[in-house]
Design a binder for this molecule. Structure first.
Ligand code: ATP
Length: 197
């Protein structure tokens, strides 16, 4: 009997403060192009490299991601890093998700590979996952520092949106329709999030 095909799990980590359409497009395009079984949007509980800049509590960021992925085939929200205490290290998430018969794909926007050198236990990340670099401003040349990485590149339509821009729009009373999924727009309005107090 042929050996069962390994499960292929994509992991798109982020602060998601808040989630936006480029996150969803990246996840579903990587799933399709690389034949992944599922992509998890993993919400950072305590994103230590952004400490002081994160506006919403982790539970609220996770709730918005859950609304955003509702109905998106093969894309799920994950609270694994929210449930864990202490600073959020991607390597801990990969170790928790690694399993016999499962291949891990760590999905990153093209702005991030250059910064990987500052990540916690980066050599272990290299062992545990294939890096998937998603084109964010058309740059297909973003590569991680050092040798020995398994890397895939996936192009998505160029979407010049960011959580930073969304926070600025909301603070200024401008609309975010179309930049985040409608259910997320409604929840942000209902909870009156990101507006100046
Ligand atoms: P911020 O503006 O607060 O820095 P962000 O919009 O970059 O936030 P994150 O939650 O930090 O959002 O990003 C999670 C992941 O999504 C990262 O790998 C990031 O590179 C990627 N990403 C974010 N925006 C885009 C985009 N417009 N196109 C492609 N990838 C993106």
């Amino acid at each position: 009997m042929a050996a069962p095909r390994p499960e292929r799990l994509g992991i798109l980590g982020g602060t998601f403060d808040p989630v936006h359409i480029a996150h969803i497009v990246s996840a579903s395009e990587c799933k399709a192009v690389l034949g992944l079984d599922r992509v998890d949007l993993v919400v950072a509980g305590d994103p230590w490299q952004k400490r002081g800049d994160v506006l919403l509590p982790a539970e609220t960021r996770l709730e918005l991601v859950e609304l955003a992925v509702d109905g998106v085939e093969g894309v799920a929200a994950s609270g694994i890093e929210v449930e864990r205490s202490g600073p959020t290290y991607t390597v801990d998430t990969l170790e928790a998700l690694a399993a016999v018969g499962r291949e891990l794909f760590l999905i990153l926007g093209a702005d991030l590979p250059a910064a990987l050198g500052s990540w916690h236990r980066v050599e272990r990340i290299r062992e545990l996952a294939t890096l998937v670099v998603v084109t964010r401003a058309g740059d297909r040349h973003a590569v991680p520092p050092g040798e020995g990485w398994r890397v895939e590149h996936v192009d998505i339509p160029r979407l010049d949106v960011s959580s930073t821009d969304i926070r600025a729009r909301l603070a200024a009373g401008r609309p975010i329709d179309g930049i985040v999924p409608a259910a997320v727009v409604r929840r942000i309005a209902a909870l009156d999030l990101y507006t100046p107090r």
